[in-house]
Design a protein around this ligand. Sequence first.
Ligand code: KIV
Ligand code: NA
Length: 264
Amino acid sequence: IKRVTTHVLQKMKIDGEKISMITAYDYSMARIFDDAGIDVILVGDSASNVMAGHETTLPITLDQMIYHASSVIRAIKRCFVVVDLPFGSYQGNSKEALNSAIRIMKETGAHGIKIEGGEEIIESVKRIISAGVPVMGHLGLTPQSIYKFGTYAVRATEDAEAQKLISDAKLLQDAGCFAIVLEKIPAALAKEVAAAVHIPIIGIGAGNVDGQVLVMHDMLGINKEFKPRFLRRYLDLYSQIYDATQAYISDVKSQDFPNEKEQY
Ligand code: KIV
Ligand code: NA
């Protein structure tokens, strides 16, 4: 199997082959995604929401991200694995950012890190890249800044924020980022950014750019309530797991399970 690298991802943009990316947080799911041929797995700090049940991504720690990432990495044969630097592990101090990135690379075996923001964190981005660690940017609706935004609504609908987003994307490219995630911004703006930079732009709620990323729980329909416009659900796993669980309960209660063949 030919491994996906930053060079492969760059070539995909040049060739117009779209990049498929999904989040994973554990060994078993990562193994299925890798076997199925996904290009990039993101060990997202959305683990804070979907794995730990927090309301935001802010509480998850670097140690917890390292636990998830090392579990994912043990499953991987082909895809490129990126790990989010969590809130508080990189902002405002490039030395701390580098230390956090190094811990992730050393302790998990991941292939790169992702970090939210543009100009504000550019020193951290440069310092991490200077150590040879591939960095993916993340602009638009950056969930670690949710209390600054005050809403999960679409970002960069106003000209000033749109202009800053374009200039941040160029800054991240010039700093050496290998790709950028754009989250929940107008499709026309995302297209403009994808045309303005040579690195791959991966969208979530950002229209048809160089690739797409979804949170696995959303893609698989594990979250019953979460149905934003940008989401396409490929399964309704909540209902399937719910029904399977009720069938199991019923079989246990009725003593249908275990039958003669299901025992020693
Ligand atoms: O943490 C995450 O799942 C993410 C994606 C939504 C891009 O950052
Ligand atoms: Na994230």
